[in-house]
Design a protein around this ligand. Structure first.
Ligand code: NOJ
Length: 706
């Protein structure tokens, strides 16, 4: 049934509901935080949704909901963030940040599709994904969950994954609801501190943070999650302007909104804008939150508000209508459980999709002739804790980390760590390979630098994995210091002293300050949290079985004090430098190299805004180039970014091949948000850039007049 028919049904059902049933429908219960009996009671009372419950437990809840007076089906939500990772047999993809390195909407769409199928097979309906916050202050603990720093790239990939999750029909057995989160500005909270206030104006919200959500809404995203924090002192949970006026009236969002974890209680407990829970409940509902995640107090508090005449029944009715509409559209009243595709967990098709995404995520940032490792190599030393740690490779939001952190959970195969990937290739090629951890990521008594140096000394080359571990990232785990922790720099120095070439490999949640481990390395590869096959993909790149084609979706700082270093900064006039550090990032947005090299020529943009440029593979290997298009508004009514990404495409080129690449631009891409918060393309000249990365030296430019 389509959305308008579903809305009609929802309105009819609403007429039969008591106030208690309506309020219960707005409640979302965390299964892990109540007893089984309490969960069943909530289901019978008519709770609208449960989260973090799988398989038979979910079925039992659904059955209990069927026994409630109106038998309204429950909707089950889960954090299937990069694969359905809370189920230990699921296919685990690279993190959003790692998958964004592929700059490939199609592989991200497929990641959504595979995830949806596995989630649906567990009988669930809804994933709290994608994250459309931007990773611009990389001290923030959740940068791994973003598609990087840029609104355009995040919007393109966000829309793609939404399409993958939802397919064409929400009633389809293999598709689920997406949830674009966290609305809004969460990623740029002051100081990179999780859930804090974001000091931005509405103009900047519209220019930077809103566009990815707009694209998700245009892609049909059925649900949105409200962020924890506040913007300029207004809690998102209580912002009717953002939740209702902008999201629904302007963007045309027509699904339902769920709060983040316990947002309602925190209006009173942390943000101190409510005197009591009843007031918090009313503010939450009036702002436009339809479903209340885990604040079970909402039920009594809202009932009290209704009894005291303080509640706005229209807000409650609207919220319930939004939720029921989606339930009807999903066909849950006829068939409350999705069947998914039995047997699909870890099937060949799904594993292939994960491997493909991992391969596309591998980003080479430096190569001074070391890679690919060639015929002369007899012995390889692999060093570093993250080279053989599936936890580090998976990152956040898997069965090791949620809903209760369980690092002891036995890792379920198949997965391939970097060490295992290298060992497998070495075995095949008759090369000797040794592994020594050397040091842990966090300081550890078991560190044995000498053993690592011994192993390295007798090898021809060294592959050294550096990075972070889950204690250093994720929700509430922001870092003030992005330097490598423990003895990772010291170990690098010791390895360098052996005189052997060193390839540094970053297996981490985000850009860390690599410093000498990059500057003095012979090669640098970035894998972030590469999923099940992240290690295999990196190993293939090291041996040239994969020509790395990843491009950074985020800039690397040289030092935490340099943050933010995102590329689309506004210009200043004293050079923007520190006295003690360059202004440039260590690696810039869009950077990445392969074993082939590309040159650009003949950039033109015609009157219809058709951009054309010739791209040549000047290398001796076939390779994939990502053609990136940026612009600058030459003169405008307010200060605008030095460059902004407005388009990209990819081309696979054979050695020596030149391809004429055309990209249709559109006038709206050149808009700014003016001082009145209106979207406008201000007439005048614009510089259009096309090339290999966001760095000036990697771009050709031409001028257009609009
Ligand atoms: C809190 C997180 O901020 C959000 O991203 C997640 O979806 C919910 N918890 C549910 O686990």
């Amino acid at each position: 049934m389509d959305r308008s028919q579903a809305k009609q049904c929802a309105k009819e059902l609403l007429k039969q509901m008591t106030v208690e049933e309506k309020i219960a429908q707005m409640v979302q219960v965390s299964y892990a935080d109540v007893t089984r009996e309490e969960a069943l009671q909530w289901a019978k009372r008519g709770a609208g949704s449960f989260l973090h419950v799988l398989g038979d437990n979910a079925r039992e809840i659904q059955k209990a909901a069927g026994q409630s007076r109106l038998g309204i089906p429950v909707i089950f939500g889960i954090d299937a963030i990069h694969g359905h990772g809370l189920n230990d047999h699921a296919t685990i993809f690279p993190s959003q940040l790692a998958s964004a390195c592929g700059w490939d909407p199609e592989s991200v769409r497929r990641m959504g599709e595979v995830t949806a199928r596995e989630v649906a097979t567990d009988g669930l309906h809804w994933t709290f994904s994608p994250v459309l916050c931007l990773g611009r202050d990389t001290r923030w603990g959740r940068v791994d969950e973003t598609f990087g720093e840029d609104p355009y790239l995040a919007g393109e990939l966000g829309a793609a994954i939404v399409r993958g999750y939802q397919g064409d029909d929400l009633a389809d057995d293999e598709h689920i609801l997406a949830c674009a989160k966290h609305y809004l500005g969460y990623g740029e909270a002051t100081g990179g501190r999780d859930s804090y206030d974001t000091e931005v104006t509405e103009r900047k919200i519209r220019e930077v943070f809103l566009p990815p959500f707009r694209k998700a809404v245009e892609a049909g995203c059925a649900t949105i999650m409200t962020a924890y924090g506040s913007i300029d002192g207004v809690p998102l949970t209580a912002s009717r302007r953002l939740m209702h006026d902008i999201l629904r009236d302007e963007l045309g969002f027509d699904g339902f909104v769920v709060t983040d974890w316990d947002n309602m209680n925190n209006l009173r407990n942390r943000q101190m804008v409510s005197t009591d829970l009843s007031d918090a409940a009313v503010k939450t509902a009036n702002a436009g939150n339809d479903m209340i995640m885990v604040s079970l107090e909402f039920y009594e508090a809202m009932l009290q508000a209704v009894q005291e005449g303080k509640a706005d029944m229209a807000s409650i009715d609207e919220a319930v209508t939004h939720i029921l509409t989606i339930k009807y559209e999903m066909g849950l009243f006829e068939k409350p459980e999705k069947t998914g595709k039995p047997g699909c967990f870890g099937c060949e098709e799904h594993l292939d999709a994960a491997l493909d995404t991992s391969r596309k995520s591998v980003t080479m940032l430096k190569n001074e002739g070391m890679l690919p490792l060639g015929d002369g190599i007899r012995r390889v030393a692999v060093i570093g804790a993250n080279a053989d740690d599936v936890h580090a490779q998976y990152g956040d939001w898997t069965y090791f980390t949620h809903p209760r952190p369980d690092p002891e959970h036995t890792p379920v195969r198949p997965y391939v760590t970097l060490w295992e990937g290298i060992r497998a290739i070495c075995e095949r090629r008759g090369i000797e390979a040794v592994y020594e951890k050397g040091c842990s990521v966090l300081p550890d008594d078991g560190d044995d630098l000498e053993a690592a140096v011994r192993a390295a000394s007798s090898a021809d080359v060294i592959v050294y994995a550096v990075g972070d571990v889950i204690a250093q990232f994720g929700e509430t785990h922001d870092r003030a210091d992005l330097n490598l922790s423990g003895r990772q720099y010291e170990l690098f120095r010791r390895l360098k002293e052996t005189g052997k070439p060193v390839c540094t490999v970053l297996i981490a949640s985000k850009p860390l300050c690599l410093n000498e481990t990059a500057e003095q390395a012979d090669a640098v590869l970035c894998g972030f949290n590469g999923g099940m096959f992240g290690g295999q993909a990196l190993a293939e790149a090291i041996f040239g079985e994969l020509n790395p084609s990843g491009r950074l979706p985020i800039s690397f700082p040289r030092h935490s004090g340099q943050l933010p270093v995102y590329y689309s900064q506004l210009p200043g006039w004293h050079g923007g430098k520190y006295c003690d550090l360059p202004d440039s990032p260590l690696y810039a947005f869009g950077e990445g190299m392969g074993f082939s090299a590309f040159t650009y020529s003949g950039l033109t943009v015609d009157d219809d805004l058709l951009l054309t440029v010739d791209v040549t593979n000047t290398g001796r290997t076939a390779g994939k180039e990502t053609i990136q298009v940026y612009f600058r508004d030459d003169v405008s009514s307010l200060v605008t970014p030095v460059r902004r990404l407005i388009a990209f495409t990819q081309a696979d080129l054979m050695p020596g091949e030149t391809r004429r690449v055309s990209i249709q631009l559109n006038k709206e891409s050149f808009a700014l948000i003016d001082q009145n918060c209106e979207t406008a393309v201000e007439p005048g000249t614009f510089t259009v850039y096309a090339g290999h990365s966001s760095k000036e030296e990697d771009l050709l430019s031409t001028s257009i007049v609009l």
